[in-house]
Design a protein around this ligand. Structure first.
Ligand code: FHN
Length: 489
């Protein structure tokens, strides 16, 4: 309560000063309340340059848990879930994403702010969300602390455009999620947009086209120093996220040196944190890997796509929607099948990447049923096949033909051949040399399978009759063969 009073007092003082200084600017009262709080200075006196000073071994050790995790939940949630693709009778064009509605339908800041007054997700149940992620086999959650529309899902001390101050909900969404993640053993991470369509020192004055490369806000640096960095400091210090997942870095106001500086700023707040490559300007379009060698960031971020092969060094994570939008759109029913999602996960794991699969909860706070159903299916598959996915390594040849994907146990003892279709009576693999006299099993089946090996014909595995009936198989969608052996050189 005392903190809240202090915060409101500071914001009120700020509002007066800011109104006087920027009365010429066409912002709303909420915009005007967003500014620096002196007590939240982000000046770090002795900043370590992690980009230059961290060794390869240190970096690999820091990244290990994340690489082992393989599968995470992306959550795009914010005010845009209220219009859900339709604002004042105007429906977003097909193919447009829900969380971009403010930009796509050119909604003025003050008009969009009205959604904050309606944001009251009474069905939000952090326990249930984390349970859904965990049962799907997801090891981490990346939630939008703030998306491009600028609305914050926690009680930010430098803003009153947040869930606590601007919405009737008045509960800290991130705190509830952080508590549940801790209780259920899922790692919490934050997405944070550098671009901000609401802040007067960022892209708000670019209205009607917030996302433009034709304009630059001369005050952008003030937004960075007095708003974005204090917000990041709050997020790191209050909720201890394991990853900061930046986005919106393509704006002309943002530069690679700023990205590198921000990377170091965040690492200095929490040395073990992992940061994606969108912190700087390195990402190459939707393919998402780095365009140049020394780009800031710890991992590449292919978006809505999977790398065609393995990466040559940079860890990567493919982020993807289950339908065609990140933020909830009530009219988007173009769902990928559970089979496709399982195949994507196997393909990504074989190529050494992570899969960050998105859900876009409704304004009431529910993860849409089709997402929940698909995640449950993935969870069932992982219950049987998880050992071929988590903490695995890739082979040089990550695939054989179009339907086999390979992974390898961390100690190199076992190869996992994941078949993306039912194999019939026999499976023939040319790329693997099994250890003589070893057992080959299908994951989820106790009895070892018969096999033969011939240097020219390769490895042939017999599939027993009783597994030919779909109902008798240990899982659906893809089948894993655990082989003690090595990749043929
Ligand atoms: O503009 C965003 C989009 O809304 C969404 O957040 C995705 C997720 O990777 N990233 C952006 C574009 O690259």
């Amino acid at each position: 309560m005392r903190n809240l009073l202090l915060k409101n007092l500071t914001l009120a003082i700020y509002a007066i000063v800011f109104t006087t200084l920027f009365s010429a600017c066409s912002g709303s009262s909420t915009q005007q309340a967003e500014q620096k709080q002196d007590s939240l200075s982000t000046t770090q006196t002795s900043m370590k340059d992690y980009i230059k000073e961290e060794t390869k071994e240190e970096r690999e050790a820091r990244m290990q848990w994340w690489k082992d995790a393989r599968f995470g939940m992306f959550i795009h949630w914010g005010l845009y879930a209220i219009p859900a693709g339709e604002h004042k009778g105007k429906v977003l064009e097909k193919g447009k994403i829900g969380e971009w509605i403010m930009n796509s339908l050119q909604i003025p800041v003050a008009e969009y702010e009205e959604y904050a007054k309606q944001f009251n997700p009474t069905k939000y149940d952090a326990k249930e969300w984390v349970r859904i992620a965990k049962e799907a086999g997801m090891k981490y959650i990346v939630i939008t602390s703030k998306h491009h529309d600028g609305f914050s899902l926690w009680d930010s001390q430098v803003s009153n455009y947040d869930v606590m101050d601007a919405s009737p909900y008045k509960k800290d969404i991130l705190q509830a999620l952080a508590d549940e993640c801790k209780a259920q053993g899922v790692t919490l991470c934050f997405y944070h947009s550098i671009m901000d369509w609401h802040h007067p020192d960022a892209q708000a004055p670019h209205y009607p086209e917030y996302n433009t490369d034709k304009k630059q806000n001369p005050n952008f640096n003030r937004y960075v120093e007095q708003y974005m960095k204090p917000q990041l400091k709050e997020l790191v210090e209050k909720y201890d996220p394991a990853v900061l997942w930046f986005d919106g870095e393509w704006i002309p106001e943002w530069t690679e040196p700023q990205g590198k500086e921000l990377y170091n700023f965040v690492r200095n707040l929490k040395p073990t944190i992992i940061i994606n490559n969108r912190v700087g300007k390195g990402r190459k379009g939707m393919q998402g890997m780095n365009e140049y060698e020394d780009a800031a960031g710890d991992f590449g971020t292919p978006e809505q796509e999977i790398l065609s092969g393995k990466s040559n060094g940079l860890p990567w994570e493919s982020c993807m929607t289950m339908n065609d939008t990140w933020g909830y759109r009530k009219d988007d029913n173009n769902w990928k099948s559970a089979e496709m999602l399982v195949h994507n996960l196997a393909d990504i794991a074989a190529k050494g990447g992570n899969y960050l699969l998105n859900v876009g909860p409704t304004a009431e706070g529910e993860i849409p049923k089709p997402s929940v159903e698909r995640l449950a299916e993935m969870g069932k598959w992982l219950q049987v096949n998880g050992e071929a996915i988590y903490a695995t390594k890739s082979l040089n040849n990550f695939k054989e033909g179009e339907t086999i994907r390979y992974t390898q146990s961390a100690d190199g003892q076992y190869v996992y051949a994941i078949s993306l279709k039912w194999v019939g009576n026999q499976l023939n693999l040319k790329n693997i040399t099994p250890k003589e006299g070893s057992e080959i099993k299908m994951l989820g089946v106790d009895t070892p399978l018969k096999w033969t090996y011939d240097a020219t014909k390769g490895l042939t595995i017999e599939i027993p009759k009783d597994l030919q009936a779909e109902a008798k198989r240990p899982c659906k969608y893809a089948y894993t063969f655990k082989i003690e052996g090595t990749e043929k050189q």
